[in-house]
Design a protein. Structure first.
Length: 508
């Protein structure tokens, strides 16, 4: 049974979740968490991770590494969120993690974080009310995602993390009145930027994740005798926020669900909940223990077995993101879809020639949709721009390394050819460089087959011989493929260089 481990390196705590894939479903076998306050010094000292906080986090990650080895994990994915997004010395920490554990840490954006949380929720729980607001309040940021029938309608990431706000505004215990007023003013300012969009979405329900939500649910269940610690009404959230703001840390830590470390930052966290629910007129929220790690586990499981429950959701999210990118960068969607269709025909028809893994089918498909995005910046150097946009964009469901592969395939669609000295190729694992060159060659052929941008080639069939490949172009009724045949002729030399075979083409 394949086993996966997901690590979330947050501003307040570092978390581990280990799960096994059994009959296409993930079964959690182990969880661990340690508060290390990695982001505290970042928010206090102008963007620097403190050596002590880094050391504490590394110690926790070493323990997680031993756990992952004990469970025999097949794949491990470690991501870092707001603390490392803001840290100027994050590279030193990333290298320290790699040295201590062998893991590579991906620093993900707020949007990527929200999309993974969304994936974790919709893949693992039954949601009956749509649209729904998903809220994840961490140590450094708060992600607010509106989901409409499993599709993300909007994402908002605001700097309203519990650790960040505590450090910035609450310097006495219990907080002074003026500190709370300043805190609420800042929260209202940040929420004021997104609340109108949330209100316009007319959400039917709210799901909250993370430690603050769990603590609120536990306190509400204890104070108001809830049968289960999952749902908190707006009035309860407001009363709890006022109550905790009047107590000192020792008194706060005595409440059900609030430990000593959570008690230090719970006032700021509950104020965010209270202001959000008031501002957006939200009646209640439902707490879920799912979140970022569950999204990571769903991704790993889907990559391992395409028949998993989450695979369809991931493909849907990726497709939504690709279409949104073509719209944002003003790519002609009908043209992109035609090139993609031809690229997929070539991928299937030349399978024994290119020898690429099934993953490359998806990456080639994405590159076919996006290789023209660079023209949005400037047509001169558009292929270089395309690589930068794709490799740095937040395309849901694709890991940073996958985005670099997609970007590199799109990069080599002009006069440039892949070279080992090129930065896009050097950014790839050594084993993928030749594969990217092959995928780029296939995309070049797909482009050539639609050079006239009119969809003249309806279908392409490939006939393979020991030393050659013959393409038969079936034209659309009433269309000529003369221009496309000329374009294929121009690609013969590169095809021979990449695949070691001669290429010919003719109309069917």
């Amino acid at each position: 049974m394949p086993t996966f481990a997901a690590i979330d390196i947050g501003a307040n705590s570092v978390r581990l979740k280990v799960a096994r894939l059994v009959r296409k479903r993930l079964n959690v076998v182990h969880e661990d968490r340690q508060v290390t306050r990695l982001g505290e010094s970042v928010f206090q000292s102008g963007g620097l991770l403190s050596p002590d906080a880094m050391g504490e986090t590394i110690k926790a990650l070493r323990r997680f590494h031993r756990t992952a080895q004990r469970f025999g994990t097949d794949s491990v994915r470690a991501v870092a969120t707001s603390a490392l997004r803001d840290a100027r010395n994050r590279q030193a920490f990333i290298e320290w993690v790699h040295s201590a554990t062998g893991w590579r840490v991906d620093v993900i954006s707020g949007e990527d974080e929200a999309r993974l949380i969304h994936l974790g929720l919709v893949s693992n729980m039954r949601i009956t009310q749509w649209p729904v607001l998903m809220m994840d309040l961490g140590g450094g940021s708060c992600e607010l995602t509106i989901s409409a029938r499993r599709h993300i309608a909007q994402i908002n990431s605001v700097p309203l993390g519990a650790v960040r706000l505590t450090n910035d505004f609450l310097h006495h215990d219990p907080p002074r009145k003026y500190e709370l007023e300043q805190l609420r003013g800042f929260i209202d300012r940040e929420l004021g930027r997104v609340a109108p969009r949330i209100a316009a979405a007319r959400v039917k329900g709210m799901i909250a994740t993370s430690g603050t939500a769990a603590a609120l649910a536990d306190v509400a269940a204890h104070l108001y005798k809830h049968p289960t610690a999952t749902t908190v009404s707006r009035s309860e959230a407001l009363r709890i926020a006022r109550l905790l703001a009047k107590r000192d840390v020792q008194h706060r830590s005595s409440y059900e669900g609030i430990g000593p470390r959570r008690a230090e930052i719970i006032v700021a966290g509950t104020q965010v909940f209270a202001r959000l629910m008031e501002t957006c007129n939200l009646r209640s929220f439902r707490y879920s223990p799912l979140g970022l790690r569950d999204g990571l586990l769903a991704l790993m499981a889907a990559d391992y077995d395409r028949g998993t429950r989450s695979r369809k959701q991931i493909e849907s999210d990726r497709w939504d993101a690709l279409v949104a990118a073509t719209q944002h960068y003003r790519v002609e969607l009908s043209y992109a879809l035609k090139v993609r269709d031809l690229a997929m025909q070539l991928f299937t028809g030349l399978k024994s020639v290119h020898g690429l893994s099934p993953d490359y089918r998806e990456w080639l498909s994405a590159a076919a949709m996006l290789y023209e995005v660079g023209a949005y910046i400037n047509r001169n150097g558009r292929h270089r721009h395309a690589y930068y946009i794709i490799s740095h964009s937040e395309i849901v469901g694709y890991a940073p390394e996958e985005r670099r592969i997609i970007g590199a395939i799109a990069r080599y669609q002009g006069k440039s050819r892949p070279s080992p000295a090129d930065p896009p190729m050097q950014a790839l694992p050594l084993a993928e460089r030749e594969n990217v060159a092959r995928a780029a060659a296939l995309l070049r052929l797909a482009r050539a087959l639609n050079l006239g941008r009119g969809g003249a080639v309806r279908m392409v069939r490939a006939r393979q011989h020991d030393a050659s490949v013959d393409l038969k172009l079936a034209p659309k009724r009433g269309s000529e493929v003369t221009l496309e045949l000329w374009a294929i002729e121009k690609e013969r030399g590169y095809f021979r260089e990449v695949f070691g075979r001669e290429l010919s083409a003719a109309a069917a």
